[in-house]
Design a binder for this molecule. Sequence first.
Ligand SMILES: [Zn+2]
Length: 329
Amino acid sequence: MTKKTFFFIALVINGALAFSNTVSFQDDNYTGTVTYNETARPGDAVFARMNVKISKTLKKKNAPDTAASLILMKGNRKIDSAQFYFFNQKAKKQPAAEMLASIPVSLWTVPDSHYSLKIIFTAGVTPEKEIILPFKVEARSFNSEVLDLDERNSGIKQNMTAERMAQIEKLNNILETVMPQDIYSLKPFVHPVKSERMTAYFGDKRVYKYTDGQSETSYHYGHDYGVPEKTDVYACADGRVVMSEFRISTGWSIVIEHLPGLYSLYYHLSSPDVQENDFVRQGQKIGLSGSTGLATGPHLHWEVRLNAAAVTPDFFMRDFTFSSSDGQK
Ligand SMILES: [Zn+2]
């Protein structure tokens, strides 16, 4: 297939959303826009929203079946990619298609300016098109902390039983699942408890010291809210409950799916109020906080995963789907 780079009409910085850019493109067959965040830090994500209108001439020739993918590049090397999904299933058969794609920028990404985004776009029989977008990964600093684990918590961390391994595999399988039709929420997330007092943050570098003298270093994958036992916990956005069960390491745990590949996780609850396959609304009470599983005291651990990678919860408290920038829902 021949590839052709779209001609850039304009580069518009949207004043209302400092972190988003809108790029317009057009040729004989299409006109459209891409809105995306041009910068990210390790642990953030990149979201791209694309509106495409197909010309009358092309529409007459066929019923275009639009498809597009988003690719994160470093130089000429492909780092990661994702398919665009449609806001509704009818849209891809219609002349105006509205789609969204997202890629996590992992905690291990090396910040520099040699990154770019590539969109590969096709509509039925027309040749593939490429759109190249500037993209930058900025530096971020991380806190460090040492946690001396007691006998019970050391035991949990070093638990290699088949039961715990099966629990880890089950959760990983859920978090790796990307269902293009599962679009439950396009709104910014809200805090999962009324208090905003946090005792640990996403990206904290942690050294866990075990009672046997061994240690392990890892990143903290979520925010910890220092709330007392039995504090109400709320869904951060509309979604479908895909897990509500007791796990050895994370205690009573709830996982909610919000968008294809996008999940929020709530750990160490004293009790859950929801079951698998329940639909929940943003701000709906889903359980009570606690200290079940590996916990040195009562708190809520709140985590966000995108395509299995742990991502900054704060990123999702902005208009990350660019829903308010184009006057459409
Ligand atoms: Zn935590």
